[in-house]
Design a protein around this ligand. Structure first.
Ligand code: DC
Length: 229
């Protein structure tokens, strides 16, 4: 009786996939890996180094050379993990609105995706992993044992993201967050390479109006069912 060794969770921005994935991994004793941080780290480094975001060749070359490391939290400030880019702690820097605004453009570049997908497959190779992103079930781990697609309306997702920004004291309005989320949704789902879509064998979980425990209550029997098969 084995549990699903690789669990892929995909969904749009602020769908709740990271929170669900992190708690699920903790309860199962699995590793948790949020692939969005890699796209965010490349975006942060692009902006930090003054590379124009439309210079695809320069951004791709940066993605190929940037050393991204994700470790258990190194500080007690509500972080789920610590992210390093070339040795620098960028855990909070990659959550800035400037990164939000540019990350979809940068994650649409095929060379960037190729570089990060290879690293993600290596990270997942040891198994016992919950991996979260946009293309995990479709591209990164097509043979994952369990695939979940977390769904929520754009208004609900913007509300959640707006509350996170407020908690961090960022100066943005709900309307700005909503507009930015709509723009990202459009780019993420319409890009040519590995767009956000539901894998054929994924289970769709609609989280509108549900609390985190209610979402987990729908998922946990699936993990148990797999372990009994
Ligand atoms: O999940 P997130 O909001 O932190 O992701 C940031 C961006 O990274 C998102 O706009 C799309 C991109 N991304 C991706 O293209 N593929 C992934 N597997 C994860 C994230």
């Amino acid at each position: 009786m084995t549990r699903p060794s690789l669990i892929a969770i995909d969904g749009a921005a602020a769908s709740g996939k990271s929170t669900v994935g992190c708690i699920l991994a903790r309860r199962l004793g699995y590793m948790y890996f949020d692939t969005g941080v890699m796209y965010r780290a490349v975006t942060w480094a692009t902006l930090e180094r003054g590379i124009p975001t439309d210079d695809e060749a320069a951004v791709t070359s940066l993605a190929e050379s940037l050393v991204i490391e994700v470790t258990p939290p190194t500080q007690d400030d509500d972080r789920q993990y610590t992210v390093y880019a070339d040795g620098q702690d960028v855990t909070w820097a990659i959550r800035q609105p400037a990164v939000d605004a540019a990350v979809s453009q940068i994650s649409a570049y095929p060379g960037v995706r190729q570089a990060l997908t290879l690293q993600q497959r290596r990270i997942a190779a040891s198994g016992h992993m919950v991996m979260v992103g946009r293309d995990i079930g479709t591209v990164v781990l097509p043979a994952a044992d369990l695939k979940l697609y977390i769904q929520a309306s754009v208004e609900e997702r913007a509300r959640r993201r707006y509350q996170e920004c407020q908690a961090r004291g960022e100066d943005v309005t709900y309307q700005e967050v909503l507009a930015s989320m709509r723009r990202r949704d459009q780019i993420d789902s319409q890009r040519a390479h590995a767009p956000l879509r539901v894998a054929r064998d994924a289970v769709i979980i609609d989280t509108d109006g549900l609390g985190i425990e209610e979402v987990l209550a729908r998922i946990e029997p699936m993990v148990k069912n797999q372990s009994e098969s």
